[in-house]
Design a binder for this molecule. Structure first.
Ligand code: ADP
Ligand code: MG
Length: 318
């Protein structure tokens, strides 16, 4: 199968048409119709085999996750998802693998109504680079990292540490338990919080998505905003599967430093937190207050009434 047949077969009809796409896959460029009263939000993320997902990950899940981690950045900006491009490097054309990969991409794209409008296909080690595009109303700034104010409450969506625990158990070849399935779903099929982010527009002072661990990602917000924070260990939300399988000594490191959760960490004024939690509950997503923004720089953690300093060094490639 040649390159163009491959693109036609697996990618050209992958997503539902959108009225804001004048011209999609097939020409030298896509032609898109941004609306006049919105600004374009653009973000790119690459997934490398063995680094961003375990080598044994199913092709469908790789496709899902490649779209999901990119959508998570749009969610963290409060942007409405519209389009994406796919730069794919493949060691060989393995059709069953490609069909499953495209099905995973399509499922996540369809769930969030985002259209694949172009890309590039090359031979090389397996690597997937997606660029997502979306929009934020011109009259708003989006959810910037720099908007946190002392007194804001810090809240996170969903639960923390599941994906990191799934990966740790995989690497350690831990004996399979019934709860492992739920944890693996969290690692392999993250749920970007796009719809919730849009519903929370106007209530969020600052936001970041948790890809490299809560401490590191919240650290970016603190640094950009010139503030500090206090987190309460007991408040950190954990799933039933996490509670069942995380050993006591790993609970806090997994929730604070574990990557790949793709939850949102949001800074919200205390008077708005009840509305925000109501909106999240209506969408079936937990929004848990885990601490507050303080004027003193640095990140602190309260564990059983004692406050300790917490490093904001998240996962770094270099
Ligand atoms: P060019 O040589 O002009 O860069 P390509 O031959 O790379 O064009 O691609 C042909 C068309 O197919 C373009 O519209 C491009 O955007 C699209 N395309 C190529 N690879 C992919 C892919 N993996 N996913 C989606 N669209 C793709
Ligand atoms: Mg090209």
């Amino acid at each position: 199968m040649d390159e163009f047949a491959l693109i036609h077969q697996y990618f050209a009809g992958l997503s539902a048409p959108r009225s804001d796409v004048r011209l999609g896959i097939g020409d030298d460029c896509a032609l898109l119709l941004p609306s006049a009263d919105e600004q374009l939000a653009v973000s790119t993320d690459t997934l490398i085999a063995g680094r961003h997902f375990p080598l044994e990950t199913a092709a469908y899940d790789i496709g899902w996750k490649a779209v999901a981690v990119n959508l998570s950045d749009l969610a963290a900006m409060g942007a409405r998802p519209q389009w994406f491009t796919l730069a794919l490097s493949l060691p060989e054309v393995a059709e069953p693998w490609l069909a499953d990969f495209a099905a995973g991409l399509a499922a996540c794209a369809t769930a969030h109504d985002i259209a694949l409008v172009g890309g590039d296909t090359t031979r090389g080690a397996l690597s997937i680079t997606i660029t997502v595009m979306g929009s934020v109303p011109i009259c708003e700034r989006g959810f910037l990292r720099s908007g946190a104010k002392p007194g804001d409450l810090i809240a996170v969506t969903g639960s923390l540490g599941d994906a990191a625990l799934a990966l740790a158990r995989l690497v350690a070849r831990a004996e399979e338990q019934p709860q492992d399935k739920a944890l693996r779903t969290r690692l392999d099929r993250p749920s970007p919080r796009c719809a919730l982010a849009l519903a929370l527009r106007g209530l969020v002072h600052a936001a970041v998505d948790i890809s490299d661990g809560l401490a590191g990602d919240l650290g970016h917000v603190l640094h950009a905003s010139g503030v500090g924070a206090l987190l309460r260990a007991e408040a950190l939300p954990r799933s039933a599967a996490f509670v069942a399988l995380a050993t006591a000594d790993r609970v806090l490191p997994l929730m604070l430093q574990g990557g790949d959760d793709y939850e949102l960490c949001l800074c919200i004024a205390p008077e708005d937190i009840a509305s925000a939690q109501g909106i999240a509950a209506a969408q079936g997503t937990a929004l848990t207050v885990i601490g507050e923004i303080q004027p003193e720089l640095g990140l602190r953690l309260e564990v059983e009434g004692r406050v300790q300093a917490l490093s904001t060094t998240g996962y770094q490639h270099f």
